[in-house]
Design a protein around this ligand. Sequence first.
Ligand code: UDP
Length: 241
Amino acid sequence: MEDFEKGKLVSSGKAKSLYESPNPDYYIMHYRDDASAFDGVKKESLEGKGATNNKFNAFIMDFLEKEGVPTHFERLLSENESLVKRLEMIPVECVIRNIAAGSICKRLGIEEGLDLNPPTFEFFYKDDELHDPMINEYHIESFDWATENQVDQMKEKTFQVNEILKNLFADAGMILVDYKLEFGSFKGELLLGDEFTPDGCRVWDSQTREKLDKDRFRQDLGDVVESYQIIAKKLGMEQIN
Ligand code: UDP
């Protein structure tokens, strides 16, 4: 799209790069084929992952918008690029867990697969060098990472997303095990930012409990991009590959 040619690189993360767009209120988000885990210790390039995640994210963000969750997502620009609102990001990750997996199992010595009822919520501070330590809402306010009102909204919206997406995945024969969200502010309004893709959530097949998300990469289970596409197809996404 000519009027949305990429400008200067703003930042580059482990799987996405952010570029300026001609409109100062918007950025162009580029999904690369890079996969990384364990704070960047394990890295690989997986053909098609960028395009798959770009379209996956667009589908989920559109769905959330329709269900009343405001997001930064505007529209798809190309195979690997989306137009997003320029947010002032809050350096905090919001995680909801419906089932125990990943770091909570190690931290609390519990078995993977335990039902968490009610679902549990955790905040992490986004800092690779510190390995994203777990924090609580007092830390967020004391260090001025967000206001009390933003903290309340982050929790409320993350739980709202859980109700919406748990059902979406369940209706498609999958379990939304856990996921991570990030928020930012746009002209005073708190919006869901970053991405929602199988890189940042855990999804299991309801019948077999087969892992379909980034754990396939973390645990060397193979068929990573293929599994992301299986989730997408089950959710009804067309033209995902
Ligand atoms: N997550 C993420 N980015 C992070 C940390 C976690 O997207 O920097 C996601 C992860 O994919 C999972 C959920 O958040 O769906 C919970 O992750 P966990 O705390 O279990 O950490 P992990 O063991 O996955 O590193």
